[in-house]
Design a protein around this ligand. Structure first.
Ligand SMILES: Cc1cc2nc3c(=O)[nH]c(=O)nc-3n(C[C@H](O)[C@H](O)[C@H](O)COP(=O)(O)OP(=O)(O)OC[C@H]3O[C@@H](n4cnc5c(N)ncnc54)[C@H](O)[C@@H]3O)c2cc1C
Length: 454
């Protein structure tokens, strides 16, 4: 008897309920693992370049970890629904298991597949694994999704009792006849792209590295997190986001490990855990609004008069956008962030907010243009967190009184990079670049655009 475990954004062997269940099946049964690079099913968003790089390396690590458990990983590409059915047939699987995901098109694929498999007599089951709580368990009394973080967090606080994470399952015997199927494995990257050197220097994908990063952060970083987390020159945040993005760690693992470390060190973990809850909020928001990356959460803002992606391809807007992308705005903090992003696939959260605010508020460029750039360049580019945060900064998303918030990049630099260390590290020449926009005038113009709509 063979069970197929379909891996998606959960590239780990521990706290993986679908894998765990498969490996319980006992003597004479086999488990085969599958990953499908699906960039063609309707509505599914193809990965950006940096995330693709991460995925490639993460899958290599996963394959090694699975093999140690006696499980081979097949890697295919194409429409997931068709590919899974083909692999079920080729492996003679009688059961397919996976952990649930929450994007709209992905849920459609999974629901249809479950139905089709069952019609063919193949058992199909999904498991809860990738959030702290199912999104349908956290709604307002009226049954609608929360739109304000504070209220969401309070509601979550009352209901949140995450189970303890599952250990990696014990090893079992490897099925004998998979060599021909393994020969058809695809490689997510044909070869290491020339631009990936900075990514490789900064990051180590894979669960072993994810665990090591979590351990090191909890031991050495948790204490100073609340104080240092806003300072981009310091190394005060966890650096866990790409590991969480690809599911190399589960949020349950982070949650329980943080509580344990905080108890041991006599610390209050609230500040750090509230960031994990922001991730949760972004995913719950995506669940309720599947078009989060393409439509303003508050539809009123469609009429704001954004400079759209096509406007921004020609004329003066194109130059402004290019200066923003390349870190040549003349605002040191933003330029440093945009160059850090290009070089390493990440940018500090404080700088993400400042750079996004400059683009959407001062330059008036549609948040979807910036979101797309981040999608392509961030190693942690996340289907929920990226559009959610862009909308939060643009003021069109989930927040109480958003549009008054215009981050002043000079003020942000004074407060959060007072010695200029971060700017010096990434964009020392920025001070010599004339600013591409007048902050005061553009702020007033932005406020007028927003006020006209409210
Ligand atoms: C415009 C913009 C775009 C963003 N795009 C992404 C994205 O594509 N993917 C992504 O994971 N984060 C995104 N963020 C959120 C945040 O910047 C990153 O999660 C954070 O910088 C990652 O660093 P860290 O792991 O050291 O964070 P820590 O401060 O150590 O936080 C721990 C974890 O909490 C979660 N988290 C923290 N802040 C947020 C947040 N605001 N929203 C959601 N989750 C959060 C992340 O999983 C993070 O790893 C974005 C923020 C902005 C302003």
């Amino acid at each position: 008897m063979t069970t197929l475990v379909w891996f998606r954004d959960d590239l780990r062997v521990h706290d993986h309920p679908a894998l765990h269940e498969a490996m319980q099946a006992g003597e004479g049964s086999h488990t085969v693992a599958l990953y499908v690079l699906d960039e063609v099913s309707p509505g599914v968003r193809p990965l950006g370049g940096a995330a693709r790089w991460w995925l490639h390396h993460s899958l290599e690590h996963l394959a090694g970890e699975l093999l140690a458990l006696g499980v081979e990983l097949l890697v295919r590409e194409g429409p997931a629904n068709r590919v899974v059915r083909e692999v079920v047939e080729a492996t003679g699987s009688s059961t397919v298991l996976w952990n649930r995901r929450y994007g709209g098109p992905e849920r459609d694929i999974d629901a249809r597949l479950k139905h089709e498999l069952r019609e063919r007599g193949v058992a199909a089951h999904s498991f809860f694994a990738n959030l702290l709580i199912e999104p349908w368990h956290v709604t307002t009394q009226a049954g609608t999704p929360y739109r304000v973080y504070g209220a969401f967090r309070r509601a979550l606080g009352e209901r949140l009792r995450p189970d303890l994470p599952l250990p990696a399952p014990p090893a079992s015997s490897r099925p004998a006849s998979l060599d021909a199927l393994l020969a058809d494995n695809i490689s997510v990257l044909d070869r290491e792209p020339a631009w990936a050197g900075g990514l490789a220097r900064r990051w180590s994908p894979g669960t072993a590295h994810a665990h090591e990063r979590l351990r090191a952060f909890l031991e050495d970083g948790l204490e100073g997190y609340a104080e240092g987390r806003d300072l981009p020159a310091s190394d005060a945040t966890s650096g866990l986001s790409p590991h969480l993005r690809f599911g190399e760690l589960s949020p349950r693992e982070v949650w329980h490990a943080t509580h344990a470390a905080a108890a041991k060190q006599g610390l209050d973990p609230e500040k750090f855990l509230s960031e994990i809850i922001w991730r949760e909020f972004a995913w719950h928001t995506l669940y309720a609004a599947p078009d989060l990356a393409t439509a303003n959460l508050n539809p009123r803002y469609e009429a704001l008069g954004w400079i759209t992606a096509s406007d921004a391809q020609t004329g003066p807007e194109a130059e402004l956008l290019q200066a923003w992308r390349e870190g040549r705005t003349g605002f040191g903090l933003v330029d440093a962030g945009m160059r850090e992003l290009w070089a390493t696939g990440t940018m500090h959260n404080r700088v993400r907010m400042t750079a996004a605010s400059l683009l959407t508020k001062n330059l008036g460029i549609d948040w979807r243009v910036g979101e797309a750039w981040f999608w392509d360049t961030l190693v942690d580019a996340d289907q929920a967190s990226n559009p959610f945060n862009w909308q939060w900064v643009a003021g069109s998303g989930a927040d109480a009184a958003p549009y008054f918030r215009v981050f002043n990049p000079e003020r942000q630099a004074e407060r959060f990079d007072p010695d200029g260390e971060y700017v010096e590290r990434w964009a020392p020449d920025s001070l010599l670049i004339p600013p591409i926009v007048d902050l005061r005038e553009s702020r007033l113009a932005a406020l007028a655009r927003y006020e006209a709509l409210s």
